[in-house]
Write a protein that binds this ligand. Structure first.
Ligand code: NAP
Length: 449
């Protein structure tokens, strides 16, 4: 069991089934996929208090294992989980699956960084969504050779990236950090394998499209220049999903965003650090600070990534540059990025100024229909989304939508999403689905036949 598995179970209050050993997390094997299924549909629908229906009769369902059994008496939790599963997961997500099943086409996919937080999530999402794979290969560093990793009901054994030949692989989902990607992505791409990269190594390259399928899927055609497609930073992905429909309707001029980012955004060791420090506080052990610049347990740290000359951090700079590249270069954006002691899911407080007048009601109506968005906005205690609800889900949750009377045409809202899913793994798989849906790649095995 991984730290991500454990964190997801922690927030969902789920039950432990069997217990072999797990050094850091103290828990061993948990019934994560216990008989609970979720549905994936084409578009998000309103889940706020006024309209409590599930799918408006339009949603195509695909039953897939994902969530562990709810805790006893957790009917409301199960209901909300089910409802959240109706969140949009990209432009017509079922389409890749349906089409693929209609065609005898499947793809050899490699996941680089398969032992990490994002890599494991990628494998899970490929399986959940029935991605048309002929073979999946799990790759990591030599440290992980032979390590077992779940892929649906199967177990894969990790191979070493350095020794793997990509000649017959169609798609590489890369999530092993910037330096590994800088070295390996061009080599892999040169073998005719399309690289979808999660690091920041290629995001700002003019010849590499930076894609969030709900926002700028059409830009994907540019991938042919380098055979590489970049995934945005986790905090940018959820932000642009929420901003896109508002920009289309009212034209955004300026955004002020403050983030509350979970520790999983900094990798598996960072999750271990929050766990270990939290435990140390309770048992009065000394607190060790390794991954973060200050103690993270029972604290918040207004610093993510390195400092830039102008006083912003690189994480804040990334949000600004990536929003411009994905959404509109004319949008002005200023960010303050903060790490909080939450295991999974990033939250953002967003203030937006528009060229045209906007009301909260209009914004709410637009966001209710927007792909990837799920509005929970009841204006009462608990009538909003928190990281607790967003963890394990695909949607970008939007709450607290209100007009900002201090500026002309201003709006504020709260936005939460699972950083390992929409912020990384899900977005990467959605990009691969766009490649397939738009027939931009053909399996090498088929070409050879
Ligand atoms: N976490 C997020 O929310 C998020 C969001 C967007 C983007 N990203 C990006 O996704 C990437 C991975 O993040 P993560 O959170 O999954 O990190 P992580 O949990 O620390 O995992 C890192 C993965 O990279 C592998 N790796 C490291 N060095 C390698 C090498 N030389 N050759 C092959 N594999 C190597 C590791 O394998 P070993 O286990 O063998 O060391 C591990 O599988 C990073 O670039 C990160 O910036 C993360």
């Amino acid at each position: 069991m991984t730290c991500v598995d454990w964190a997801r179970l922690l927030v969902r209050g789920c039950w432990v089934r069997t217990v072999p050993s797990a050094p850091t997390w103290g828990i061993r094997h948990v019934g994560r996929h216990a008989n609970v299924h979720r549905s994936v549909v084409r578009r998000s629908r309103d889940r706020d208090g006024e309209n409590d229906r599930d799918d408006g009769g339009e949603n195509r369902r695909l039953s897939l294992p994902l969530f562990p059994a709810p805790s006893p008496g957790g009917e409301e939790r199960a209901r909300r989980t089910e409802r959240a599963a109706f969140a949009a997961v990209g432009p017509e997500p079922g389409e890749a699956i349906d089409k693929a099943r209609g065609f005898p086409m499947s793809y050899k996919v490699a996941v680089v960084g398969a032992t990490g937080n994002v890599g494991r999530e990628m494998l899970e999402i490929l399986s959940e969504r029935g991605f048309p794979v002929s073979e999946v290969v799990a790759l990591a560093s030599s440290r992980s050779l032979g390590q077992e990793i779940s892929f649906g009901d199967r177990t894969l054994k990790a191979k070493v990236l350095d020794h793997y030949d990509f000649s017959d692989t169609d798609i590489c989902l890369m999530s092993a950090g910037g330096s590994v990607s800088k070295e390996w992505s061009p080599k892999i791409a040169a073998k005719g394998c399309v690289v979808i990269d999660n690091s920041s190594a290629w995001r700002y390259d003019a010849d590499v499209p930076l894609i969030v399928p709900e926002v700028n899927a059409d830009a994907i055609v540019g991938f042919k220049k380098k055979n590489i497609i970049a995934n945005p930073n986790c905090s940018t992905a959820q932000l642009v999903v929420a901003l896109k429909p508002l920009h289309d309707a009212f034209k955004i001029t300026r955004v002020v965003v403050s983030t509350y980012q979970s520790v999983s955004g900094a990798g598996k060791e960072a999750m271990d650090e929050l766990f270990t420090q939290t435990r140390a506080v309770f048992v009065s052990d000394p607190i060790e600070v390794k991954k973060f610049p200050k103690r993270i347990a029972f604290n918040v740290i207004p610093h993510i990534d390195v400092f830039m000359e102008d006083g912003y951090t690189k994480e804040e700079w990334k949000m600004m540059v990536e929003t411009k590249k994905i959404l509109d270069p004319k949008i002005k954006l200023t960010a303050t990025c903060v790490r909080v002691p939450v295991f999974i899911s990033h939250s953002e407080a967003v203030n937006v100024e528009f060229e045209n007048p906007v009301t909260a009601e209009e914004a709410r109506d637009i966001l209710r229909e927007a792909p990837g968005c799920l509005v929970i906005d009841k204006r009462e205690p608990g009538g909003y989304a928190t990281p607790y609800e967003a963890t394990g889900e695909d949607a970008t949750y939007i709450s607290r939508i209100r007009e900002d009377a201090t500026v002309e045409n201003g709006l504020s809202f709260w936005c939460v999403s699972d950083n390992l899913r929409k912020g990384a793994a899900l977005n990467a798989v959605q990009i691969a689905e766009v490649l397939i849906n738009r027939k931009l790649i053909t399996p090498k095995a088929q070409k050879a036949a």
